[in-house]
Design a protein. Structure first.
Length: 453
């Protein structure tokens, strides 16, 4: 039996006895030329023609473009360790997070025992949007929710999720949701505006069609997903409007006030090991410098680095008030630099401190946000009232239709009666006319007879 033909290479005992056969192409045959081809190194030696084609396609694709990412590489799985005790939040934000946890824990009661799951096939998942300035605790709260639920946290890695091949990114999005469902994990999209941005209205280029397809698949997956998915963003205005309906709860992470900032300052330092000077006043720092928890963290690290770099004995070094002030000034200056634009001074971001401003504006904004939350709470019963109003309207319309039908029936009956009476009157009139005509004829006949006699 002839050995299977291979592309140029040396024979292998698994497919035939080496050295058997002198014809070109047989296993164990020598190449027709003594000159070693530079492509011989890449030629597979153990594959028959039927198995070579897919191997060749895969190997060349991986050679030039790299291997396709596996599902496990598109998400970073971790067991959550941080809890809500590790983050300091304004009261309104914490209240909204507590309500979100209640919604998650009562999901089975709402859609199972109360029967809403039998009336609604989609939209049964628990999608939340954490929106707010950088450094306000969105990522920590996502981990805290996963910790409170006792589930792993899957954070999406966009570098592995996106692909240069058309249609692959959308498939990867579906694979991410499938992986989260299999692991019963909390799916977390950090900086979600990078993938959930507004769709293009005009699709002249291929990348526009691809981006729209990815958003469409993401919308469908969020609609059909039955687990917990959290989106976090600093730019919620860049979200596609279709996400507003599919995300059950939008939580605004506000900038911390003076009381919260003082607690954050204290929580960033070790209570026993961090050496502090006697002049450190965290309350003064909280009242003087507005900023987020991330800003305070950066300032603490800068202050510690400045203190440790000073000359002297390490055992005598302390972090003083001036170190914290200089570090916070550097952080604020860095934020102002980042707010600049290539077109000029640029517009400040909503969470940026105005030059020379104080905490008054931020406090007013916080109060306004709290009022907005109160207004939202007050508007909660409005949908029920609207539904009752719609039910009353529908009932009123039904009753009006019944009245109109009754009046129409009475009108038709009266009209039929009137027509019948008119017909009877016409019959009587015709009878009278006939009788009168007969009498007149008889009278004329009598007159004619009398004249003839």
């Amino acid at each position: 039996t002839p050995s299977p033909r291979l592309f140029w290479g040396e024979g292998v005992a698994s497919l035939g006895e080496p050295g058997v056969g002198a014809r070109r192409g047989r296993v164990g045959a020598a190449p027709p030329s003594r000159t070693r081809s530079p492509f011989r190194t890449f030629a597979p030696r153990t594959f028959a023609p039927r198995t070579f084609a897919p191997y060749m396609a895969s190997s060349w694709r991986e050679l030039f473009f790299g291997p396709e990412p596996e599902r496990g590489g598109m998400v970073q799985s971790s067991q959550p360790r941080r809890t809500f005790a590790d983050v300091i939040l304004p009261p309104s934000t914490r209240r909204q997070l507590d309500q979100a946890l209640v919604q998650i824990r009562k999901h089975d009661l709402l859609f199972g025992e109360w029967g809403l799951g039998e009336r609604h096939d989609t939209g049964l998942g628990m999608a939340f949007n954490f929106a707010g300035p950088p450094g306000t605790g969105k990522t920590i709260c996502a981990e805290a929710i996963a910790h409170a639920l006792g589930k792993p946290l899957l954070q999406v890695r966009y570098s592995e999720l996106e692909s240069q091949w058309a249609g692959v990114t959308a498939k990867n999005v579906s694979a991410v949701f499938k992986s989260a469902a299999e692991q019963d994990a909390v799916l977390f999209f950090d900086e979600a505006d990078a993938i959930a941005s507004r769709r293009f209205t005009q699709m002249d280029q291929g990348y526009q069609r691809e981006a729209n397809a990815v958003v469409n698949v993401l919308l469908r997956e969020v609609e059909e997903y039955h687990g917990v998915v959290i989106f976090a963003t600093n730019l919620a205005a860049n979200f596609d409007p279709a996400f507003e309906r599919r995300i059950r709860t939008h939580i605004l992470f506000e900038m911390p006030g003076p009381d919260e900032r003082e607690k954050i300052w204290r929580s960033q330092l070790h209570a026993r090991k961090t050496p502090l000077a006697d002049d450190v006043d965290f309350r003064a720092l909280a009242e003087r410098y507005p900023g987020s928890g991330g800003d305070i963290k950066n300032a603490v690290l800068k202050a510690a680095q400045a203190a440790v770099s000073e000359p002297g004995d390490d055992a005598e070094k302390r972090i003083a008030q001036r170190h914290f002030e200089e570090a916070m000034d550097a952080v604020v200056s860095g934020k102002r630099v980042m707010d600049q634009s290539i077109f000029g001074a640029g517009l400040p971001m909503p969470w940026s401190a105005p030059p020379g401003g104080t905490d008054e504006v931020r406090d007013e904004v916080s109060e306004l946000a709290a009022r907005v939350v109160e207004v939202e709470d007050a508007l909660v019963p409005v949908p029920d009232a609207l539904r009752r109003l719609e039910a009353w309207r529908d009932d009123t319309i039904v009753r009006l239709d019944e009245v109109v039908a009754t009046l129409t029936q009475q009108h038709d009956g009266a009209r039929a009666m009137l027509v019948e009476q008119q017909a009877a009157l016409e019959r009587r009139l015709n009878t009278v006319l006939l009788v009168s005509a007969g009498a007149l004829i008889l009278a004329l006949f009598a007159i004619a007879v009398a004249l003839l006699v």
